[in-house]
Design a protein around this ligand. Structure first.
Ligand code: FAD
Ligand code: UDP
Length: 373
């Protein structure tokens, strides 16, 4: 008999297992995919660690989260500097002096501010100070030019909805600054684990029995007999058989190919911000590892790229992003109430229905294990 059955071997399940082991508790982890790691799983191809479920950059302001992962793996000094492509134009992200120079030819923060202030003032005069949706939020924050070239098309593709029907909070995640700094994140720490994310997950699961290719729902009766308590990191609505109706998610489709060239796009991530281009971004995985060192670590003459296509979600698809608008958050609260009465612990991005980054998941798992174990 195990103390805990952990459903899902993503980051949350892995941190839970590692913490439980420290406390002398035994866990059995089950995973419906053929591998551990959830969405941070990486797999080697041509000497390159491929981010199989989308590009993952570890970034955090939390000493605790950073120290935690660094106990297990070493990080490289990757700094996320994605490029946005609109037609034949390239722009640096996040919105910074390089972007403003490409957009308007301005050379100083003063000149850039003048243009942005004129455009945002125009928006505020029309909309007021309380944006009702993402379009209004973006116009108030960034003005018309940036919104139309760099935000509108990308966002509408990503979320499958008009920007006027999306909640404004999504756009608060885009940093905006008046220096020549292409570092996408504001956080104190960032990097990619040397060797990819899979070794991190493997280390966290050391000493824990893991069964792959095992869906909880298909084996529920037998699995429940094997453990005292359940930690569930899959979809909370699925656990309760969608009794209040499904929560909404966004899905993705990845098309990965090996190219006979050393360097396809010169950046790990290029965002395609036009609505007409069906993918949101192209990932060139080797740059996550070779960034800054300019030392080839992968096979000569080869690179691996992934086109990332946004997709609608329906039952059975991979639920990559929760859609945290008011309606879904209210529905989640109903499931959360059931969860509280069920005796099962729910964790992670799908168990808590939150747009969590990796460091959020770690902090959450550490808080939960402190409370539970
Ligand atoms: P998951 O990784 O989803 O793990 C849940 C696991 O449970 C999965 O392996 C699933 O197969 C399994 N499971 C579900 N149901 C069952 C079942 N019934 N039976 C058995 N197993 C089951 N975060 C960052 O910090 N930086 C980034 O750059 C970043 N980029 C991202 C890009 C994309 C495209 C996406 C989708 C996410 C990104 N994230 C990023 C977020 C990051 O992926 C998550 O924070 C983290 O992976 C969540 O871990 P988790 O354990 O909660 O969930
Ligand atoms: N976004 C955008 N243009 C870009 C990149 C991002 O408009 O070139 C918007 C878009 O609405 C997206 C949000 O910013 O959903 C957050 O994107 P980010 O890449 O920061 O986060 P992720 O999609 O990885 O969660």
């Amino acid at each position: 008999m195990f103390d805990y059955l952990i459903v899902g071997t993503g980051l949350y399940g892995a941190v839970f297992a590692a913490e439980a082991k420290k406390k002398g508790k035994s866990c059995l982890a089950v995973e419906r995919r053929r591998h551990i790691g959830g969405n941070i799983y990486t797999e080697e191809s041509h000497g390159i660690n491929i981010h199989k479920y989308g590009p993952h950059i570890f970034h955090t302001d939390s000493d605790e989260a950073w120290d935690y992962v660094n106990q297990y793996v070493r990080f490289n000094r990757y700094t996320n500097t994605p490029v946005a492509r609109y037609g034949d134009e390239l722009f640096n992200l996040p919105f910074n002096m390089n972007t403003f120079h490409s957009l308007w030819g301005v050379k100083t923060p003063g000149e850039a501010k003048k243009i942005i202030e004129a455009q945002t003032r125009e928006a505020r005069d029309r909309i007021g100070d309380t944006p009702a949706n993402l379009e209004e939020q973006a116009l108030i924050l960034a003005g018309k030019d940036i919104y139309e070239k760099l935000i509108k098309g990308y966002t509408e593709k990503q979320w499958g909805r008009r920007a006027t029907e999306l909640p404004s909070f999504i756009i608060k995640r885009l940093p905006f600054r008046f220096s020549f700094d292409n570092n996408y994140f504001n956080d104190r720490y960032q990097g990619i684990p040397i060797g990819g994310y899979t070794p991190l997950i493997e280390k966290l699961f050391e000493g824990t029995e893991v069964r792959l290719d095992t869906d909880f729902f298909e084996n529920k009766e037998e699995l429940l007999k094997e453990a005292e308590r359940v930690v569930f990191t899959g979809q909370i609505d699925a656990y309760f058989d969608f009794c209040y109706g499904p929560l909404e998610y966004r899905s993705l489709r990845f098309e990965t190919e090996v190219l006979d060239t050393d360097n396809f796009q010169g950046s790990a991530i290029v965002n395609y911000t036009e609505y007409e281009i069906p993918y949101t971004r192209i990932i060139e995985h080797k740059h996550f590892e070779e960034f800054g060192s300019y030392e080839r670590k992968s096979e000569a003459g080869k690179t691996v790229i992934t086109h990332e296509y946004p997709a609608a979600w329906k039952k059975g698809d991979e639920p990559y992003y929760p859609v945290n608008n008011d309606t879904n958050n209210a529905l989640y609260e109903k499931y959360k109430k059931l969860a509280g009465e069920s005796g099962v612990f729910f964790g992670g991005r799908l168990g808590k229905y939150k747009y969590y980054d990796m460091d959020d998941v770690i902090m959450d798992a550490l808080a939960d294990t402190r409370a539970i174990l």
